[in-house]
Ligand binder design. Structure first.
Ligand SMILES: NC(=O)c1ccc[n+]([C@@H]2O[C@H](COP(=O)([O-])OP(=O)(O)OC[C@H]3O[C@@H](n4cnc5c(N)ncnc54)[C@H](O)[C@@H]3O)[C@@H](O)[C@H]2O)c1
Ligand SMILES: O[C@H]1[C@H](O)[C@@H](O)[C@H](O)[C@@H](O)[C@H]1O
Length: 339
């Protein structure tokens, strides 16, 4: 850190999310600066570094993490590249904010968790940014206070206008439903124990071979049921809605509440186009909290255990998709570091 305590961050992966995090750290976040940017695509990393004072471009994550100006790492490369980047960060004992997923499968998530335990302290915050969304935080506070009694069920809707090319059924779980997996565990303070997936006749807008929409059902250890409509080619916009059904009332967040317009032949408002707009404040808050905690020498928020548990539920979810059966989630006992 500089003498003023400014955190030098290396951002690994400068695609859609990484480039946005670089902009965020440069323009929005206080107490941090972009010290290095890394991408295997040399042209891309150079163009992202251009115009950011002091940001050194690298094509090798390990070289960036060895740079003495780097105090912390934000990983925004694709999920399969996360394990290697995390293990290298541990070699340098660097604090990490790792975009979801921690890793794409439970075996690799376990390896990361074991390596972190060898360090003897938590180093990783996982980018489950919904925990930093104002609506989800209000819902969490209501549930924690028991304002409407015990929560019994959650109903979620997760709709994307469309998907990047090559999006598969498994990605609907790993990439999209992983957020509902995390908010279910967090909101209810409960583990998901089994998954079922129901698939109606697919929408004609879904690419060949993609089963969209889907209905995913989670059972939890405390006997709650959580359903999620996942519709990633809905075509009309981005919607993430969560309704908690409690013994004494229900509470719902996520409906669009922008400007309401009446005009000839039309009433209503605009729909949110995508996750960047819907969760912009949540991404800002997530990164600011990470920077603040890191500068205090602390680690907060969702960690490796949450990333591992999410990967275990995803693995069960993909098996449930393939088999059409109820699949139990296999979890190891929670290690002491994460209790
Ligand atoms: N929290 C959210 O809402 C959210 C939204 C979108 C993506 N994500 C996550 O962010 C991460 C990145 O997603 P994206 O949409 O920006 O992907 P992207 O494909 O747009 O960008 C990834 C970038 O990483 C680079 N890259 C690939 N392998 C690398 C490696 N080994 N080292 C360094 N760079 C490497 C690629 O060249 C590319 O520029 C993923 O983990 C994804 O799941 C999170
Ligand atoms: O990677 C993205 C991202 O995680 C979004 O938050 C989610 O809504 C999308 O479904 C997913 O594809």
């Amino acid at each position: 850190m500089t003498s003023q305590g400014t955190l030098g961050v290396a951002v690994i992966g400068t695609g859609r999310m990484g480039a946005d995090h670089v902009r965020r750290i440069d323009e929005v976040i206080s107490g941090a600066r972009v010290a290095a940017v890394v991408d295997i695509d040399e042209a891309r990393v150079k163009s992202v570094a251009d115009g950011i004072e002091g940001a050194v471009p690298y094509t090798d994550p390990a070289a960036a993490m060895a740079d003495p100006a780097v105090d912390a790492v934000l990983i925004a490369s694709p999920g399969p590249a996360h394990e290697a980047a995390l293990l290298t960060a541990f070699d340098h004992d660097l604090p990490v904010l790792c975009e979801k997923p921690l890793t794409p499968d439970p075996a690799s998530a376990l390896r990361v968790m074991e390596a972190e335990q060898k360090l003897g302290h938590r180093r990783v915050q996982v980018g489950f940014m919904r925990r930093y969304d104002a609506g989800y935080r209000k819902l969490k506070a209501l549930l924690d206070r028991g304002t409407y009694g015990r929560p019994l069920m959650l109903h979620n809707k997760h709709r994307n206008a469309d998907t990047p090319p090559g999006f598969t059924d498994a990605m609907t779980v790993h990439d999209s439903a992983v957020h509902e997996i995390d908010v279910t565990r967090w909101l209810l303070d409960d583990e998901i124990t089994a998954v079922r997936v129901l698939r109606p006749a697919p929408s004609g807008n879904a690419a060949e071979g993609l089963s969209d929409p889907q209905l995913i059902l989670f059972e939890t250890a405390a006997g709650r049921l959580v359903d999620t409509e996942l519709f990633v080619t809905c075509g009309f916009g981005y919607q993430v809605v969560c309704e908690a059904v409690c013994e004494g009332g229900t509470a719902r967040i996520g409906d669009d509440h922008g400007v309401f317009v009446n005009t000839a032949g039309h009433w209503g408002g605009a729909i949110t186009p995508g996750f960047v707009e819907r969760f912009e404040e949540a991404y800002d808050r997530q990164v600011q909290h990470w920077v603040n905690a890191t500068r205090r020498g602390e680690v907060e928020g969702p960690g490796c255990w949450d990333g591992y548990a999410a990967a275990a539920v995803c693995a069960a979810g993909v098996r449930a998709q393939e088999s059409g059966e109820r699949v139990a989630v296999e979890l190891i006992e929670r290690p002491a570091l994460y209790r």
